[in-house]
Write a protein that binds this ligand. Structure first.
Ligand SMILES: Cc1ncc(COP(=O)(O)O)c(C=O)c1O
Length: 368
């Protein structure tokens, strides 16, 4: 039977596969309480392993929040060292991606450019909107500048991801500048900095004055340990922010989100981020070193973020590791369907205990 949804929906949505987010693949259950979550070790979504605790005041919850809550904007402005007119707070960086495509790409006419293997939501948002997708794969995890240059004039938005997900490494500063210069005034060049707190000295946010076509995406989901909050930021010149503000929902940031996010951006919150980043980098180095020593591990990707990608020797080996971890409730991310990433798995840097459990489980499985 043809359902009303099938009959009336845009035809291209009928066969479209939605983004297989970590939590869609494995949900945390109907109640996402600590008890339910404690049954599993979540190393598949590049979240932080623990969060701070925040008190919120729900007194004014009968009122709509400000379009861009002032406390939050001032807090992020101080953190990012930019004026508030250069910042748009969104429901995660994911909403920033979607807004950029909806604002700059005419459906069924314009295209975006992505450099796979990369974050899946650029393509999903483009597909949802009816924008074309031009793919210029990375070469050795860096941009293929020649092939990107061949697309000048063909695309409206270019998505670069640095540090890249799922590869983990930073793109070179020179290559990002080269892309900005080659597209000049005929495409928006987005640098997705979701993981930049793990390598803050490489942020491109300070280039905004120099490059009006640059847009930087940020999030509180990673180093700030607030993935459940859904709060991100789009940084750009004020004309771009004004344009995106015409497309975004009327009240994108709820009052509790604004209150918690402002707290996380205050002095003590930032101190916690610095400590978390330091601990994560140490654990990441230990995990990478351990993986490198394993006979079944063919290569370990260099990571500048809070996760490690590695390639196993064979498909069977990749499945064996993924399945033995899953059987013990340890969830990591299979990246093997992405271009160039056959037999690759990605592990988020969880707590020391979680990573020890992961290593023990794999070691035991191979020694059985
Ligand atoms: C590269 C990249 N960009 C954006 C996002 C989305 O972040 P948010 O949780 O803020 O929507 C992610 C999440 O994993 C990511 O890896």
């Amino acid at each position: 039977m043809i359902t009303i949804a099938n009959k009336l929906a845009r035809k291209e949505l009928i066969d479209m596969v939605p983004y297989q987010s970590a939590r869609r693949l494995y949900s945390s259950g109907s109640d996402s309480s600590a008890a339910t979550r404690q049954n599993k070790v979540w190393l598949n979504a590049n979240e932080a392993s623990g969060s701070g605790t925040y008190q919120i005041n729900s007194n004014c919850i009968n009122r709509y929040p400000d379009f861009q809550p002032e406390n939050l904007m001032n807090a992020y402005s101080a953190y990012a060292q930019l004026n508030t007119e250069n910042i748009l707070a969104t429901r995660g960086a994911d909403e920033g991606i979607e807004l950029l495509i909806r604002t700059f790409c005419k459906a069924y006419r314009d295209s975006i450019l992505i450099c796979p293997p990369t974050y899946g939501m650029y393509a999903i948002s483009a597909e949802n909107h009816g924008a074309g997708i031009v793919k210029v794969p990375l070469i050795n995890n860096q941009l293929d500048l020649e092939s990107i240059k061949a697309q000048v004039g063909q695309v409206k938005v270019v998505f670069l991801c640095s540090p890249g997900n799922p590869t983990g490494n930073l793109l070179t500063t020179d290559s990002i500048k080269a892309v900005l210069e080659m597209f000049d005034d005929n495409a928006i060049v987005v640098v997705d900095e979701a993981y930049i707190e793990f390598s803050p000295e490489y942020s491109t946010a300070s280039w905004l004055k120099e490059y009006p076509q640059l847009v930087v995406l940020r999030t509180l989901s990673k180093a700030f340990a607030l993935a459940g909050l859904r709060c991100g930021f789009t940084l750009a010149n004020s004309d771009i922010i004004t344009m995106l503000s015409k497309v975004i929902a009327p009240y994108p940031i709820s009052a509790p989100v604004a209150a918690i996010a402002s707290n996380a951006l205050a002095k003590s919150g930032l101190e916690q981020v610095r400590n978390r980043v330091q601990e994560t980098i140490i654990l990441r180095q230990q995990l990478s070193a351990w993986l490198t020593e394993q006979t079944w591990c063919e290569s370990v990707y260099v990571s500048d973020a809070n996760f490690v990608l590695f390639k196993t020797a064979t498909l069977e080996c990749k499945n064996f590791i993924f399945d033995c971890l899953k059987a013990q409730g340890i969830l990591i991310r299979d990246q093997s369907k992405q271009v160039q990433l056959a037999n690759c798995l990605r592990i988020s840097i969880g707590s020391e205990r979680e990573l020890s459990l992961l290593k023990q489980t794999i070691t035991l499985a191979f020694n059985k």
